[in-house]
Design a protein around this ligand. Structure first.
Ligand code: PRP
Ligand code: URA
Length: 213
């Protein structure tokens, strides 16, 4: 399957991004480097994800003249799916320091593979929301997180999902549940294995990020 099979999927390609993702996939990469690479890739992804943010203007004075200067027209929030989303939020926060932050705590039941919610804290007036989680495997966690955001008054058109690696199965599930929420990713991998891990993937992102293997 390719990006063209899913109209809401955007696979962002860039030589630096692909090189860094290969380092992340390598089982020998230790947590400290894994975390740094996730931060750097998220920053590069963030540049594409925010490309069409609306602008307004503000009157400012340069040292020489007055001008109407372009500035972001609306607030932006980064909502991480815990735990692994925290690693992506770090990079995006560096790119957009004014962004507000929210967190949705989810873990995947090892038997059923269904998401369980254990934490929720969202910013007030979040504006545009970047929902971040590096792994889209069965798609259950991301689809559930969008349901939570919609229930909390965030408009569909203000949402986009930012991931690192997707499985085709997960994209299919997510796109069926939320066809109008764009998905940005650095890679569309081959498939899921029998334990619903992405192949070739990079393993358990949360464990590799926090060294809890
Ligand atoms: C991982 C990952 C996603 C989810 C993806 O989290 O970070 O949230 O699995 O799987 P899905 O698409 O099949 O729902 P996990 O449940 O392992 O929790 P953790 O981040 O706390 O390790
Ligand atoms: N969660 C992960 O962290 N990795 C996978 O491959 C699947 C789910």
């Amino acid at each position: 399957m390719s990006e063209h099979d899913f109209s809401s999927l955007h696979v962002v390609t860039h030589p630096l991004l692909q090189h860094k993702l290969s380092l992340m996939r390598d089982r020998k990469t230790p947590p400290i480097l894994f975390r740094q690479l996730l931060r750097e890739i998220s920053l590069l992804l963030g540049y594409e994800v925010t490309r069409d943010l609306p602008l307004t203007t503000e009157r400012i004075e340069t040292p020489l003249v007055e001008m109407e200067a372009p500035v972001l027209a609306c607030p932006l929030s980064i909502v991480s799916i815990l735990r692994a989303g925290l690693g992506m939020a770090e990079g995006l926060q560096q790119l957009i320091p004014s962004a507000r932050e929210g967190h949705i705590g989810l873990y995947r039941d090892p038997e059923t593979k269904k998401p369980h919610e254990y934490f929720l804290k969202l910013p007030e007036n979040p504006g545009r929301v970047l929902l971040v989680d590096p792994m889209l495997a069965t798609g259950g966690s991301a689809a559930h997180a969008v349901d939570v955001l919609l229930r909390n008054g965030i408009a569909r058109e203000d949402l986009r999902l930012v991931t690192l690696v997707c499985a085709p199965e997960g994209v299919q599930v997510f796109a069926k549940a939320h066809p109008d929420v764009p998905i940005y990713t650095a890679a569309l991998d081959e498939k899921l294995n029998e334990k619903a891990y992405i192949l070739p993937g990079l393993g358990d992102a949360g464990d590799r990020l926090f060294g809890t293997l």
